[in-house]
Design a protein around this ligand. Sequence first.
Ligand SMILES: [Zn+2]
Ligand SMILES: [Zn+2]
Length: 97
Amino acid sequence: MTFVHVDIHQITHTCPADPQPHPVDTRRTIVATVDGGPCRNPITIRCGDKTATIDCGRHEPHDRQCPACRTIVIERQITSTFVGHEGTQHPTTGIAA
Ligand SMILES: [Zn+2]
Ligand SMILES: [Zn+2]
């Protein structure tokens, strides 16, 4: 298993749509990764007359990856900042995390 520890920081506000504080933006910061070790099910791909071996985690969907390649996200700490009442509607376009 590859463990990824993340800190989550939420921006909360109140607005006309919901007077209760609620998150409008969530940012994740990777604070640590613990490598799961070498791939146990490497995949050989052929490109022209060359072959290459890649980790299954780079090729297969999550549920077909070997145990070493699977990624577990651990939410280590959740903090939030309350930015107060905002009169505008939610931002609809995601702010890149
Ligand atoms: Zn809102
Ligand atoms: Zn693998």
